[in-house]
Design a protein around this ligand. Structure first.
Ligand SMILES: [Zn+2]
Length: 272
């Protein structure tokens, strides 16, 4: 699933390509009945054309397309969604779930193999993103805030990192990478993480996300950027999906276990 670095890479790509353009037509495939939330797809397709794209922001894993008239078009890619800008119309594709044309003849194509992706057209984005935790790369994410979060929870620390209401934008890849950076066992109870380790985790989360951002995200399966190119960070991860391979720090074999129902990768020597 695309996480913060992947969604942020798409946002930056689209920003330079579609801001200032006006949407001229919209279609949603009848084979994607759950794509549009809170309104019928026909209503969504009727309302969207005529709006100018003013800006694009991001909250956690959500893209927020700011439209003229104070509307927000919110997109969540979920498992396999791709949100692509093309200079020509969306090509035939069995997984094309929605397509949007812009006033310069270019198009936005929403391609989604698994069909878990979701969109909203809404005037109050807080209805969708209002309960998300702080953005980990912003000043809202502090060591003290992370400490407050951890001391109140006895769940494994990895489960807290994955909780979008606790911190926004971290998924399975960067939770594992952040915990490796911090030298913390993913199964450790959140309220048993020491103060110095909390500081290390705060830094480790940011490092994991910034490293991935500088590589334009990780393409382990479906993720591509706003113009259809793969990211590069999957070649540089430290533990994620490196089961049985040697730890880059100490040579110990990376182990895989289940934590919070998710495949979890860690070095049993470096992460205590
Ligand atoms: Zn190690």
């Amino acid at each position: 699933m695309p996480e913060l670095p992947e969604v942020e890479t798409i946002r930056r790509d689209l920003l330079s390509r579609i801001v200032g353009r006006t949407i001229t037509s919209a279609f949603v495939s009848s084979n994607a009945p759950r794509l549009v939330q809170l309104m019928p797809p026909a209503e969504f397709c009727k309302q969207l054309p005529g709006h100018r794209i003013e800006d694009i922001s991001r909250r956690g894993k959500y893209l927020l397309v700011h439209l003229s008239g104070g509307l927000y078009w919110i997109v969540h890619l979920r498992m396999t969604g791709r949100f692509l800008h093309r200079e020509d119309p969306c090509p035939e594709d069995p997984y094309l779930r929605a397509g949007f044309t812009l006033d310069n003849g270019s198009s936005l194509c929403f391609v989604d193999l698994r069909k878990f992706g979701t969109m909203w057209l809404i005037d109050d984005p807080s209805l969708v993103v209002g309960k998300l935790g702080p953005e980990p790369l912003s000043d809202d994410f502090t060591v003290a805030g992370l400490r407050d979060l951890l001391v109140r929870r006895s769940a494994p620390v990895k489960a807290v990192l994955l909780d979008q209401h606790a911190i926004a934008g971290i998924g399975n890849i960067y939770a594992d990478e952040a915990l490796f950076n911090a030298g913390i066992n993913p199964r450790r109870a959140a309220n048993k993480v020491s103060k110095p380790k909390t500081e290390a985790l705060h830094a480790g989360v940011r490092q994991a996300l910034l490293d991935a951002l500088s590589d334009r995200g990780s393409s382990f399966s479906d993720y591509v950027d706003g113009s259809g190119r793969s990211g590069r960070h999957q070649l540089k991860v430290k533990v994620f999906r490196r089961t049985d391979q040697p730890c880059y720090s100490c040579g110990t074999q990376i182990r895989r276990v289940k934590v919070a129902g998710r495949s979890t990768h860690f070095c049993p020597n470096c992460q205590r």
